[in-house]
Design a protein around this ligand. Structure first.
Ligand code: GDP
Length: 440
């Protein structure tokens, strides 16, 4: 996410790095580089210019304290300004009524149906809501089926009427069903078009008038850059939406849409999509995104993701096993599955300060754990439960069975042993305190 932009900003800052003070000249040079970086990221020209003008003024007006370098000072100013540019504070969804009605709008292929499913899943698992999905894309029977399949997968009911060609009637009937069945949120997926189209606009305006939604979320593909911003403008003029959703931020996007939408349409980005899986949805936090763009990581989001996958009962069981030194390969395998559920590995790495930059050219796919999983799967039940009993001949067999080699098996067993030692120490408060005391 935003690797190119981060890289170029980093280079722009280098102009100031060796300098002792901020002067008109070195700031002007840095701003030129920053503006270039923004334009390369497909940020709207006016937005980029206004942004660098603002940063320049702030930088020149500052007294450089002796304790911080001009580079650090500029990073701080950039962080504040980027946060502001993307909306300042986090924009939450509003739930002013029961049921709360959320209308989903956007072009075909933007990711509306996928997002509808993700949002329903998010509201159910993180906000304790009881959503109903409504399949309003009457022109593509496949879209209705797609929503039904997603609904099944995440355990959310879907209202659909394959006979009807009337999106307004479907939206009304969906809301009525939600009231009847006690669903407190209704998410209405609507039909898109390949491009802005008058008939589509009229139709969605009519759906809006019929059900009076409390939230209208405009879904747009972040990969389309400037086009995303132009489409947002047209939809906003017609629908006055309450928030934007940027999808496909996991891809090769240059980031321009995320940086320009707020300043062009003056509506907040509320969510971002970071993958095809139902869990790949994040609430949009401008401050955290700014910090990621500047290569400072996003530890807060990382911890939150971990917490979402965290099951207290399971964790308590695990604690007990660790204390008794009974943590085995079955538990280890389970832990790997949990990490995988947290999302794309590269994305996760990018949230650790400094690591994003380091990992830039490294390919970490979903199969990062493939060999480890294969090795564990090639163990017998006895071996998984008794790692200490895995002798040389067993190692040879496991290497063969997993299609890896003996060195890889040895490495995993050694890592596992080291991990068990550390875990055991950490589960003993006295030993832990001792360890902390010895730290520099
Ligand atoms: P719709 O026509 O607007 O309803 O779009 P869909 O929900 O059918 O999505 C179009 C394609 O984009 C599908 O293949 C989705 O799997 C994919 N997609 C949607 N959101 C994301 C995302 O955040 N990341 C990635 N990589 N793909 C996505």
């Amino acid at each position: 996410m935003f690797e190119n932009l981060s890289d170029k900003l980093d280079r722009a800052f280098k102009v100031l790095k060796g300098q002792g003070t901020i002067t008109e000249i070195n700031v002007a040079e840095t701003m030129k580089e920053i503006r270039k970086a923004l334009l390369d990221a497909d940020v709207n020209y006016k937005t980029a210019k206004a942004f660098t003008d603002e940063v320049r003024q702030k930088a020149i007006g500052q007294n450089v304290l002796t304790s911080i370098s001009p580079g650090q000072l500029l990073t701080k100013i950039m962080n504040d300004e980027l946060t502001d540019l993307m909306g300042g504070s986090t924009a939450d969804l509003n739930f002013p009524a029961t049921p709360t009605i959320i209308l989903i709008a956007g072009l075909n292929g933007a990711g509306k149906t996928t997002f509808s499913g993700k949002l329903a899943n998010f509201l159910k698992t993180q906000k304790n809501k009881k959503p109903l999905l409504v399949a309003g894309d009457v022109y593509r029977p496949a879209a209705i089926t797609q929503l039904q399949v997603l609904g099944e997968q995440i355990g959310i009911p879907v209202y659909a009427d394959l006979e009807s060609k009337d999106p307004i009637g479907i939206a009304r009937a969906g809301v009525a069903q939600a009231k009847q069945n006690g669903n407190n949120v209704v998410i209405i997926d609507t039909a898109g078009r390949l491009a802005i189209d008058e008939a589509m606009m009229v139709e969605i305006e009519q759906v809006k008038a019929a059900v009076n939604p409390h939230e209208i979320l405009f879904v747009v593909d972040a990969m389309t850059g400037q086009d995303a911003v132009n489409t947002a403008k047209v939809f906003n003029d017609r629908l006055d939406f309450t928030g934007a959703v940027l999808t496909k931020l996991d891809g090769d996007t240059r980031g321009g849409a995320a940086l320009s939408i707020k300043s062009v349409v003056n509506k907040p980005i509320k969510f971002i999509g970071t993958g095809e899986k139902m869990e790949a949805l994040d609430v949009f936090h401008p401050d955290r995104m700014a910090s990621r763009i500047l290569g400072m990581g996003d530890v807060v989001s990382l911890v939150e993701r971990a917490q979402q996958q965290f099951d207290e009962k399971e964790a308590a069981e695990l604690q007990k096993k660790i204390r008794k030194n009974k943590f085995d390969f079955n538990d280890f395998y389970g832990q790997i599955q949990q990490i995988k559920k947290m999302g794309n590995m590269k994305d996760l790495m990018g949230m650790i300060p400094g690591v994003g930059k380091m990992m830039k050219d490294v390919e970490v796919g979903d199969d990062a754990f493939k060999n480890i999983e294969a090795i564990i799967q090639s163990m017998t039940k006895f071996e998984k439960e008794n790692p200490d009993a895995i002798n040389q001949s067993r190692r040879t067999r496991i290497a063969k069975g997993s299609g890896t080699n003996i060195a890889e098996v040895n490495r995993l067993l050694k890592q596992f042993e080291d991990m068990r030692k550390v875990m055991k120490q950490m589960s003993n408060p006295a030993a832990m305190a001792n360890m902390m005391r010895r730290m520099p």
